[in-house]
Design a protein around this ligand. Structure first.
Ligand SMILES: [Zn+2]
Length: 68
């Protein structure tokens, strides 16, 4: 059980908004990451998702809506 009030949510790529597990983005290869982001988005079928099209997401996975 994680401690209450403290959410570990990882980092997000500033370029493609993908939630990243390691130190660089699997899509862009960039290390331009942010841990200040909001909104959680799971893309399962990018080719048929309007949201994915708007955000130029071509790969399924987890993304953030807003990255600061
Ligand atoms: Zn990226």
């Amino acid at each position: 059980m994680p401690p209450p009030g403290k959410k570990k949510q990882g980092k997000v790529c500033r370029d493609c908004h993908r939630v990243v597990d390691g130190e660089n983005c699997a899509v862009c290869g960039t290390t331009n990451l942010s841990d200040d982001w909001a909104g959680y988005l799971v893309i399962i079928d990018p080719e048929h998702s309007e949201v994915a099209k708007k955000m130029n997401i071509r790969l399924q996975g987890r993304y953030a809506l807003k990255v600061r």
